[in-house]
Design a protein. Sequence first.
Length: 367
Amino acid sequence: MHYANITGWGKCLPPATLTNNDLSTFLDTNDEWIQSRTGMQERRISHVSTSELAYVAACQAIAAAGIDASEIDGIFFATCTADCTLPSAASKVQAKLGATNAAVFDMNAACTGFVYGLSTANAFIQSGQMDKVLVIGAERISYFLDWTERGTAVLFGDGAGAVILESSTEKQGILSNKIGCDGDAGHILSVPNFGTDRARFQNIDGLFDFNFEGKEIFKRAVTRMGEASAIALEKANMTPEDVDFIIPHQANLRIIDFLAKRMGASKEKVMVNVHKYGNTSSATVPIALCEALEEGRIKAGDNVLLAAFGGGLTWGATMLKWGERTTPIATSDVELPAYNGTALDLIQDAIKGCQDAKLARESQADA
């Protein structure tokens, strides 16, 4: 029996921080309004591409595992904000790492992407097809946000997280997975008219619609993450009492609280960093995992539950038994290119572009 054990981990957060007070300078909102509804205080805005964020996180994970990039058999990159259609973001990361022996692909399961990536990597390792897999969750969601829409502009941030999974005969690492999708309700959390559905040469104004039905998303997120967690626990022959630590998708503090309540978990057993980074989609779980390890909140042998929910509507959970090592073997000195401006500087053109596009659409509608 082969088990997929996490041996390396790393994260990358761009330096530019966009606070709730910053948002209030161009939106009808304030810190109290945002915090009371989401638990968010600030988020990061990237000055580089999604693949660049992923590359830095991957370098950290590889160093933490104490391996060479040439040893990696697969790179599975979860993202819904890849740099371009071709080549894949995973291909770009492979080239920068020099991981020439790795098969690569992108997967889009939105916020559940990293959990999907773990499940996929686990299958490859259990079958004996791969021994070492790099799984990445990275997003640059700030790119397609409509900065005139308060309901979505306040929610998201940019970042990346990554792990190395290695084959082990010890019963540690991934014990069980449950992933799924409610495609019939995918429209309630979606970015339509973004790919080949978008009409060419017509109304190419750079404005992307973001459908976000908050109340329905909240209900489904709580239900599906809870159900996926229960199934993952059952598959691992565990009960909620066996769980030592929970790392949920960081979409909304109230969703996290509801999941913790359903699992009967105290606040000390649940990782929360949504106040610092907002919703970084597929990157939330690996970033939170890295920070939990840095803070000493995961111990050797702990049973760790990961749960997520995302656009599509995807959902899933992974049950882990953490291995013996909770500190990195080494660290990487790879960093993002320096940026000395502010988050507001980065999005000023986007704010104006969204405002102008809205006015243009209104003028067309009136004509």
